[in-house]
Ligand binder design. Sequence first.
Ligand SMILES: [Zn+2]
Length: 80
Amino acid sequence: MSTAPCTNGARHKWVFVKNVNVGSMSVTARGTVGRFLLKGLYRCACGAKKHGQFNHNEGDLRSEIDSQYPAGYMQQRGAA
Ligand SMILES: [Zn+2]
């Protein structure tokens, strides 16, 4: 990945922001296929951003989802 030179110093100083799900859906002969990649979003003080390694110390995305929906939501989806 090519990034512009840092305006704050010799090199970007990447700071972990959050984990993100970088996914894409594609239609194939066998149906719709979703590919999901967990990545970490990093940001420099100069404003540059990049996707880097998923941060396993930052908790998982499922706990985020659980807090956003009422209890039982995931079970209902699984049964449907
Ligand atoms: Zn920078």
